[in-house]
Design a binder for this molecule. Sequence first.
Ligand SMILES: [Zn+2]
Length: 238
Amino acid sequence: MAVYLCHEQPDLYEHGAVVVGALPGRVALDRSAFHPGGGGQVSDTGTIEHAGGVVAVTGIEIVDDVVWHLLDGEVALEGEVVVRIDADHRSRVAQLHTDSHVLNAIVFDRWPGTLVTGAQINADGTGRMDFDLSEVDNDALRGLDAGVNDVIGRGVEVRSVYVDAGDAATTAGLVRSLSVAPPPTPDGQLRIIEIDGIDRQACGGTHLSNTGQSRPFRITKVESKGKRNRRIRFVLDD
Ligand SMILES: [Zn+2]
């Protein structure tokens, strides 16, 4: 997991940058606040203002460590540009993502040791989490959104810290995902998201700084996926 600019400056939604690589329809910049996505989370979207106008950024693709901003059009950019992150998109994803940590904590607390087997956070305000929960009745999972909304209502602080990856590996519950565990940074640090008194786990995504910033959370469906997996689908309510 690289340390992204959006990790260091989560409130940075607009900044200048210089083009360091360009192909028709894609551009690499010397700095970028776009979150590239990963671990089930979609990338940021936004725009890049350049000498010839403004072009939308529809996604991010990392190829051989180069972060390519995918452009809505075959334009090839050069020189200085202005990057703008779509704040609504970022917010929706951060709300769902933070809520998914709370859901995960509730599941982990109630059925200790439960592993996350998959997660997807979408830009349209929907998401899902898959848990390895073979013996649990689906009805028991449907009501878990009340617990998530309780934590939203309490306005709990959320912060990110870095810990030594070796220490993290021996701390129970910190790396909780079978398939979406983030790799450490180049200097061996693991980014941990702490929701005060609720949850503490390794993650490279974008989150709120307080659970009270989330709209209400609602579980829409619980499905069985194979013998062991339970899939919980959820949305942000208005
Ligand atoms: Zn996260």
